[in-house]
Design a protein. Structure first.
Length: 111
């Protein structure tokens, strides 16, 4: 079972706000901290950045270059569904996982 939270592609105004927030030391570091709480070893991953280079106007060696190279931000979680997907527990399992990923939504909601 795969669940995701975020946006594949931000509208231009949101993309600009996202990049400014990532560039900002306070909000950018907060996003990095949030993302560290979702390790691949626990089934989490981000989609790959769409851009090969940091967008114009930002340092090539920016400390959050990997985040600036994105046109959207989606956090995925993969887990073995077992028998949960076929019974009444599935809604609870999905809701619980979205609660775990809520900090990403909350950060994006401030854009």
């Amino acid at each position: 079972m795969t669940l995701g939270i975020g946006s594949f592609g931000f509208p231009k105004d949101v993309l600009n706000a996202y990049r400014k927030a990532v560039d900002n030391n306070t909000s950018g570091k907060k996003l990095q901290t949030i993302l560290r709480n979702y390790p691949e070893s626990k089934g989490f991953h981000l989609q790959d950045p769409e851009l090969k280079r940091v967008p114009a106007g930002y340092e090539k060696d920016h400390p959050r270059a990997d985040l600036l190279r994105r046109k959207g931000l989606v956090l995925w979680h993969e887990q073995t569904p077992g028998d949960v997907i076929h019974n009444a527990k599935s809604a609870r399992v999905v809701l619980k996982q979205y609660q775990v990923m809520k900090p990403i939504y909350a950060w994006l909601d401030k854009l």
